[in-house]
Design a protein around this ligand. Sequence first.
Ligand code: HEM
Length: 414
Amino acid sequence: MLQSTKDSSRPTVEFQPFAPGFDEDPYPNFEPLRSLRIAYWEQGRAWLVNTHDDILAVFRDKRFTSDPRAWELAGAIEALRSPELDAINHNSLFAMTDQAHARARKLVSPSFMPRSIERTRPMIQGIVDSALDAASGKETLNLVHDFAERIPVRVISAMLHIPEEHDELFHRFSVAALRQMFPGLLKAEDIPQLLADIREGYTMLSDVIEDRRKNPIDGDILTSLIQAEEQGDTLTKPELISLVATLIVGGSDTTVHLIGFTSYNLLRRPELVKQINDDPGLLKGVLEEVLRFDNSGKVGLPRYATEDVEFAGVKIKKGEMLMLMLQLGMRDGSAFPNPDQFDPRRDTTGLIAFGNGPHYCLGANLARLEGVIAIGSLFRRFPQMTLLEPPTFAPHPAIRKMDTLKVRMRPLET
Ligand code: HEM
């Protein structure tokens, strides 16, 4: 509900992303935001940017940065400090800007171009097949834990030749690294465990890198990054660790959720499953449409004003946070006609689920390929799968964290 304030340049909005039922269906809660280009959300200490055009404008405007050190509350939560966290937050691709960012990104981008990603197809198929092999024979399954969570960390780790025994730790590490990006929304009691997961993951990454330094692998991404670091002027050790951490963090929960939410949307539309099995090319459109229509974002993507800025009719002060509400931008009728209709055949040119501008998702091609292989294989192998109960969600500051998606693998015998 929009509240009138004395200062008309600071319209505020009541937004309840932690209200019961929000994760199951956030769109009724988003409704008051949809009529506002921008409004200040007191609880989140952030400006919410809600329209497609304005979100694109912020992505491309150099007065807004993704570097969390520019935030007015940076470091204010004393309990949320540790040397490992500082190293990640200062050196990750997400936070880097300008030339430092371009330099680091140039080192890894060749490995994520479409042709390189296409070469990972057999490896991804193998990971998906072994997850499905483990599932076959079971009567019921939680598709989140038993399927979706087994794929993305393993895929990115396999690309980096990191052994499987580290998957569980890297999964915890990436969940913690994502949560800490929203410090104002964290619960104080969750912080010690979060810092412990970060420390453990960071140490393990450092060990993996030292081991690879001694045992280089031909054609390996990590080996070539280490060699770049050894040339001295390209990457420092903390930059190297953080870069690898960014790949693991960027490629984990996001893609788990793409697989989980797409499964859910298909289970609710059995006729679409039949259409995909007849025309597998349609699956690409389904994945794009799930990212647009049922995005797992709860709040938005953070940006910080590097100076006082007048934007969309309001005055944003230096250091204030903006949250780019991608999920609303993708339900904006000016960018997507009939935005509240699920249509896997629509033109998704304006999709911003992978961001835009210099920080555009490095792993978009990989995520799409993982999605196509995982979902295509799942529904080909178990076309009779049915939803047992609505999904449940775990508490999370920033995403609708699907926790269970229970399915019956065979129809009930009568
Ligand atoms: C459906 C899955 C995915 C979604 C929705 C997604 C979304 C995003 C978004 C919105 C950004 C922009 C962040 C910003 O502007 O602040 C981003 C950046 C990034 N993503 Fe993804 N991502 C996904 C999968 C992946 C995968 C599989 C990888 C694996 C490498 C990955 C790696 C990255 C990296 C490294 C960045 C930072 C790029 C930079 O700052 O230059 N992402 N992603």
